[in-house]
Design a protein around this ligand. Structure first.
Ligand SMILES: *Cc1c(COP(=O)(O)O)cnc(C)c1O
Length: 386
């Protein structure tokens, strides 16, 4: 059988160069070789986050990044506005509540993006809001929030802006400093082309101020402690050495491709996936004006059992797609296209989907999805818009 086409929105496939680098022998994390590595990766990450401030790296999945941002900047009882457009936004709000924040919510209909003017109305009405929590790219619904515009609004009112950028950073244009983002986190297993196990978090100047009075309990993810060790290019506790070695290789690959090229490739992959699905008569879940270029969610066609569709894709075609999350479980499927992904990965997925749907008795015209995907990809790569 052909190699597996892993099309879930994380963990994502890793380039062979990355996997090879990870196979090396362990080394001393208090030695000169490690300090060189951490310095190199940290400086490159600052460039990727587009920040003059700090980027800290911790062993953890992405969720640990929320905990780190929250506990280092807030105190129990602080009011936070949690903007949720899906499952990850809900969980980010839950994490804030777990640490004692007074969470007020702005819930957006699933499939849609947050409207910056709604955020503004909430901030205007309640000056006690200390922080705004938002998901950059909502992986459960396949929607990207207009973060730049949200950042402009939040900057005007003054609360901290804490961003879950887990499934967007490294694939979509992102400007931590210019968009007024105080802290943003991402996870190794998403656009970074390396295995799970590490989160990276950008820490802006206002967080370094806030941390002095923030009383939420924290220990492992203490930013001041991490910064203290980073002065010597070390980490307080044992780092995820294989992931760091992998990230160095991946960042070199990404810089070689160039950030603008990476963004364009993802834009083209997003367009290819959406146009391909539409040409097959499949309805997209997300509002197309804010559709994500790293993950696409679509409705399971009428009368089709989600588990069977996903199972046939896996067992007969070796293509692994994801189901729905939360209330869309059983109704939606999702295709990941972030990181080490190229057009043939998408056309292979669409061809497998076509065959699986035919097997399930759905009428799909042959080859139309693939043809539409190829045309959309070409159009974006040759300079068209979305
Ligand atoms: C993957 C993801 C996370 C983090 O999930 P982990 O399993 O903890 O890595 C958080 N937010 C979004 C939007 C994600 O896609």
């Amino acid at each position: 059988m052909k190699p597996q086409n892993l099309r879930i929105p994380g963990p994502t496939p890793c380039p062979p160069e990355v996997l090879e680098a990870m196979g090396r022998q362990m080394f001393n994390h208090r030695g000169p070789e490690f300090r060189e590595l951490l310095k190199d990766v940290t400086l490159r990450l600052k460039d990727a986050f587009r920040t003059q401030h700090d980027v800290l790296i911790f062993p953890s999945s992405g969720t640990g990044g929320w905990e780190a941002m929250l506990t280092n900047s807030l105190s129990p009882g602080d009011r936070v506005l949690a903007v949720s457009i899906g499952v990850f936004g809900d969980r980010f709000a839950d994490a804030a509540r777990a640490f004692g924040a007074d969470v007020v919510r702005l819930d957006v209909e699933w499939g849609k993006a947050a409207d910056p003017s709604d955020v503004e109305a909430r901030l205007k009405a309640d000056p006690s809001i200390r922080a705004v929590l938002i998901t950059f790219n909502e992986t459960s619904t396949g929607v990207t929030n207009p973060l730049k515009e949200v950042g402009e609004v939040v900057s005007r009112y003054g609360p901290l802006l804490l961003v879950d950028a887990v499934s967007g950073l490294g694939a979509l244009p992102f400007e931590m400093d210019a968009w007024g983002i105080d802290s943003a986190t991402t996870g190794s297993q998403k656009a970074w082309m390396i295995p799970p196990g590490m989160m990276m978090v950008g820490v802006g100047a206002r967080i370094w101020e806030a941390v002095k009075t923030a009383r939420m309990p924290r220990y492992y993810f203490d930013f001041e402690n991490a910064r203290h060790f980073l002065e010597e290019w070390e980490t307080p506790y044992t780092p995820a050495l294989p992931q760091l070695v992998a990230l160095q290789v991946a960042l070199h690959m990404m810089e070689k491709e160039g950030w603008e090229s990476i963004f364009r490739r993802h834009r083209a992959l997003g367009a290819a996936t959406r146009e391909g699905l539409k040409a097959m008569g499949i309805r997209l879940y997300a509002d197309e004006a804010h559709a994500s270029d790293t993950v696409t969610a679509a409705w399971i066609p009428e009368g089709v059992d989600a588990k069977r569709l996903i199972g046939i894709m896996r067992d007969k075609h070796n293509v692994i797609i994801a189901g729905g999350m939360g209330k869309t479980k059983g109704q939606v499927f999702r295709i990941g296209h972030m990181g080490w992904v190229f057009l043939p990965d998408i056309t292979d997925t669409l061809a497998a989907l076509e065959a699986a749907l035919q097997e399930l008795g759905v009428a799909v015209s042959k080859g139309e999805g693939v043809a539409a995907a190829e045309a959309a990809y070409k159009r974006v790569m040759e300079g068209g818009g979305r």
